[in-house]
Design a protein around this ligand. Structure first.
Ligand code: C2O
Length: 499
């Protein structure tokens, strides 16, 4: 009798172990209810209700972490799935996808399960609100402030580590939150090369925790807002511990929907070229702490497949369209260096700075003898500016707007024709990390062509960096100096002709 029960126990344990093993391999159940839930704007009436539940849920999840640090539905465990400095590493920690074309799909899944966990820890009616900071009407549009609940020091949504300006009701810089930059990109990806012109990021053969092929939406507003909020938010290894992280990502996920809705050739990676993206499995925990996976094809249509939509996904129609340089997605283009600065590091501080970039002479293209070269030919090339070996001890917490040959006395504003892009640091390597890419690239085609037209593309050109951080709630005169939390350096600056 005793022997039988012992072997029965063994069998039960074995069956249990197998079923847990099988569980880990199973597809997540994402049966949407027939009613499609709405993720509201945080500052709407519904958003206010949701934020009460959210504060409750955050508290309950923090409590879970205290009671049992191994509970995958606890607050710190969930945040560590994004990234953490804590060791030893527990299952599914450090799995976020950055700087590659899995960025949007991974974060959509991450948010979806987090929302279910908060719901289970607060109210069945909970839907994750979004922080609608984009396309403000002025530099002091209230949408640029952290929603007030996150600034209430008595709330579980408050985090003291943030940039003090933001916690005091300061405003995100207008240049960091426009959607024109991302929405004008037509392709989801430009393949393994030339990703700087794509919406969704660089194509990689397999998931990468940190690469530096940032798509347009990941750069702006995503990385920018991380840096501006500062504190935990400015480092992927701590970011998801700040409750605002989830509302920021809700907005990024919403902007993905907004891009799809703009249509006119914009398309998710649904054709067979993208089987790897579509079939890639990513693992998560549901609210019952069951581990399961979803793939890209399971999450493309948030309403139909995951059962949620956003209160509004309307954004301004972008000014122009940007396509990939080169004709074919997979074409390997050999970039030709046209300007390069390699000696000495460039140090970025609290004040604007300018350095000179020597332009290389390239032999003119052979012109067919029979025909005169069309004057428009020069404009058909694409140029990419690359900032390599970026390093910093602590994220500066500001962005650096970059301009080429900004004329003396001209106000540096991102709407100027000399503007290249804004350097942000979230997701880049810093001195505490080894093996980590640390490059930022921007399409420089329009600016280079402008300089050529004006006969300024020769000898030395000026590269100007202007630090821009959050604006204090009661800004006096425009500050000529920004508060920077750390100093960033750049090892190399170059411009290449890519087709
Ligand atoms: Cu995975 Cu906004 O970060």
């Amino acid at each position: 009798m005793r022997r039988i029960s012992q072997s029965a126990v063994v069998w039960i344990l074995l069956a249990l172990a197998l079923s847990i093993g099988a569980e880990a391999q199973s597809k997540c159940v994402v049966k949407p209810s027939r009613i499609i839930r709405t993720r509201p704007n945080a500052t709407s009436a519904n958003g206010t209700q949701q934020l009460q539940w959210y504060a409750q849920g955050v508290k309950a999840m923090q409590q879970r972490s205290t009671t049992n640090p191994n509970d995958p539905t606890g607050w710190t465990y969930q945040a560590a799935m994004h990234g953490t400095y804590t060791t030893p590493v527990k299952p599914l920690w450090n799995t976020c996808q950055h700087g590659n074309y899995f960025f949007l799909s991974w974060h959509r899944m991450y948010l979806y399960f987090f929302e279910r966990i908060v719901r289970a820890n607060s109210n069945a009616g909970f839907n994750l609100p979004y922080w609608d900071y984009d396309n403000p009407t002025s530099a002091t549009d209230p949408k640029l402030q952290l929603p007030s609940q996150f600034r209430d020091t008595s709330s579980s949504l408050y985090v003291s580590e943030r940039n003090p300006t933001m916690n005091a009701g300061g405003y995100l810089p207008v240049g960091d939150v426009g959607t024109d930059y991302s929405m004008k990109r037509i392709p989801f990806t430009c393949g393994a090369t030339n990703w700087s012109s794509s919406f969704g990021g660089k194509l990689v053969p397999a998931p990468v925790h940190f690469a530096s092929g940032f798509g347009a939406l990941e750069s702006l507003p995503h990385n920018a807002v991380h840096d501006d909020v500062g504190g935990w938010m400015s480092d992927p290894n701590t970011a998801a511990q700040d409750p605002i992280f989830w509302l920021h990502h809700s907005n990024i996920d919403r902007l993905w929907d907004a891009w799809v809705k703009l249509d006119a050739g914009r398309m998710d990676p649904t054709d067979p070229t993208y089987t790897a993206w579509l079939d890639q499995k990513f693992y998560f925990f549901d609210e019952k702490a069951n581990q399961c996976y979803l793939t890209g094809r399971d999450i493309l249509k948030d309403a139909a497949q995951l059962g949620y939509k956003y209160q509004s996904i309307t954004v301004p129609v972008p000014s122009t369209k940007v396509n990939c340089p080169g004709r074919r997605l997979t074409a390997t283009l050999t970039p030709q260096l046209v300007a390069e600065l390699t000696q000495g590091k460039i140090s970025l501080g609290p004040k604007p700075m300018t350095h000179q970039l020597p332009v290389k002479e390239i032999a003119p293209e052979p012109t067919p003898k029979t025909r005169k070269k069309a004057p428009a030919a020069a404009a058909s090339h694409h140029y990419v500016i690359s900032f390599d070996d970026i390093d910093f001890d602590k994220n500066p917490g500001v962005g650096y707007e970059v301009y080429l040959n900004l004329p003396e006395g001209t106000k540096p504003v991102p709407t100027s024709p000399y503007y290249i892009g804004t350097l942000h640091f979230f997701g880049l390597k810093h001195s505490h990390q080894e093996s980590h890419e640390s490059q930022l690239q921007f399409d420089a085609t329009n600016v280079v062509n402008l300089l050529k037209q004006r006969n300024q593309w020769k000898g030395q050109i000026n590269v100007t960096y202007v630090p821009v951080g959050p604006r204090p709630p009661k800004a006096t005169a425009a500050a000529q100096e920004e508060h920077v939390a750390g100093t960033a350096t750049i090892g190399k600056v170059s411009i290449s002709q890519v087709d």
